[in-house]
Design a protein around this ligand. Structure first.
Ligand SMILES: C[S@@+](CC[C@H](N)C(=O)[O-])C[C@H]1O[C@@H](n2cnc3c(N)ncnc32)[C@H](O)[C@@H]1O
Length: 319
C-alpha cells in the first residue's frame, strides 16, 4: 500500500479517536469506515487525492466531514435521501412496521404545570401512571430543570434543562413529590441499551440538535435511576392499577401524543378505566389546531408537539 494511502487512513483513524473522546460516536464510526475505505481504494481515497500532504493542523478529516454534512444540510440532502431509498430499500422497508417510537422529553415542560396543579390542589404526594411511555423518559419529569422568565423549577444541576419552552409559563413556585411511578407500553424501549438509544435517536428530527442533547441527558438520568416500563396494553394496565382505591396520594394517569396510536376499542377501554376510578387525568394531545394540555375536562394550556411554545392558561390555575 502506498505510503500516502496509509498516512491518510492513519489520520482518519486518529480523528475518529478524538471524535469518540469528544462525544461523537457517529463521527468516530464514519471516520473509521472512511479509513477502511481509503485502504480499499474506495471513493474516500479518490475524494482525498491531492490532499495527502496537507498538514495535520489543517484538519483534513474534519474538512471531509464538513463537506458531506454541508450537502446534507442544504438542498442536496434530497438526492442523498433518495439514493438511500434505492440502495437500502429492503432495510428501510423492514424498519417501517416498527411504529413511531419517539420519546420526547421536551413534553415534560408542557406536562409539568399539570402535575404541579394536582399537587397544589390536593396537597398530597403524587402517584404517577403513564400510558404509552415508550422508554419511560417522561416518568422522570421531576428530575429535570425548567426555566422561564417568571421562575424556575427542579434540580439546577440536572442534565436535562428546559430554557426556551415557555411563552406563558405555569406557576412554578409550587412543590410536588412523586412517591410512586409506573409506565406501560406495547413496545417498551430500554433507553440505556445501545439498540434502544439508537431507536430513540433515530426518531429525533435530524436538524434538531437541541432535542438530541436533551435526549442524551435524559438517558444519562435513566442510567442512574432505573425504572421498568411494563410491556402491556394501556387499558389492561389501567384496569389493574386502578382496581383498588389508593389513599394518601393523588393518582395521576397521564399520556402525551399517544391516543392517535390506539384503536377505538382500546380508547374506550382506557376511558372506562379512568372514569371508574378516583384519579386525575392529565394529557397532552392534539386539539383542533394546536396541542392541548388538559386536566380532566379543563384546558390548562397549549404547546407545540415537542413541548415548546407552552402557553399556560393562567385562568385555569388555582391560586
Ligand atoms: C409516539 S410514542 C409517544 C411516547 C411518549 N408518550 C412521548 O410523548 O414521548 C407513542 C407510544 O405509544 C405506544 N402505544 C401505542 N398503543 C399502545 C397501547 N394500546 N398500549 C400501550 N402503549 C401503546 C407506542 O408503542 C409508542 O411507544
Amino acid at each position: 500500500m502506498p505510503d500516502a494511502t496509509e498516512a491518510v487512513a492513519r489520520r482518519l483513524r486518529r480523528q475518529a479517536a478524538y471524535c469518540l473522546v469528544d462525544g461523537s460516536p457517529l463521527y468516530a464510526s464514519l471516520l473509521k469506515a472512511a479509513a477502511d475505505d481509503v485502504e480499499a481504494e474506495g471513493p474516500v481515497r479518490q475524494v482525498l487525492a491531492g490532499f495527502e500532504d496537507d498538514p495535520w493542523s489543517s484538519a483534513l478529516s474534519l474538512r471531509l466531514m464538513g463537506a458531506v454534512h454541508r450537502l446534507v444540510l442544504d438542498d442536496a440532502a434530497w438526492p442523498v435521501f433518495r439514493q438511500a431509498l434505492i440502495d437500502q430499500r429492503e432495510r428501510i422497508r423492514s424498519l417501517l412496521p416498527g411504529g413511531c417510537q419517539t420519546n420526547e422529553v421536551g413534553r415534560c415542560a408542557a406536562l409539568l404545570g399539570g402535575f404541579l396543579e394536582v399537587a397544589h390542589r390536593t396537597g398530597l404526594p403524587l402517584r404517577i401512571l403513564e400510558i404509552g411511555s415508550s422508554a419511560g423518559l417522561n416518568l422522570r419529569w421531576d428530575r429535570y430543570r425548567y426555566e422561564s422568565a417568571e421562575g424556575t423549577w427542579g434540580d439546577p444541576y440536572s442534565k436535562v434543562r428546559f430554557q426556551h419552552s415557555y411563552e406563558v409559563p405555569p406557576p412554578l413556585n409550587r412543590s410536588a413529590q412523586v412517591v410512586e411511578r409506573k409506565g406501560c407500553d406495547l413496545h417498551p424501549i430500554d433507553a440505556t441499551s445501545d439498540e434502544g438509544g439508537l431507536t430513540l435517536r433515530s426518531f429525533i428530527w435530524a436538524d434538531q440538535l437541541g432535542r438530541l442533547a436533551q435526549l442524551d441527558g435524559a438517558i444519562e438520568i435513566a442510567r442512574s435511576m432505573p425504572l421498568d416500563v411494563e410491556q402491556i396494553d394501556a387499558g389492561a394496565f389501567l384496569e389493574r392499577e386502578l382496581a383498588e382505591p389508593r389513599h394518601g396520594v393523588s393518582t395521576v394517569v397521564y399520556h402525551s401524543i399517544f391516543m392517535q396510536y390506539v384503536s377505538e376499542p382500546g380508547r374506550q377501554r382506557i376511558k372506562a378505566a379512568i372514569e371508574a376510578a378516583d384519579v386525575f387525568h392529565l394529557r397532552m394531545e392534539p386539539g383542533e389546531n394546536v396541542i392541548e394540555v388538559r386536566l380532566d375536562d379543563e384546558l390548562l394550556g397549549t404547546a407545540g408537539a415537542h413541548g415548546t411554545r407552552v402557553r399556560w392558561n393562567v385562568d385555569s390555575t388555582r391560586a
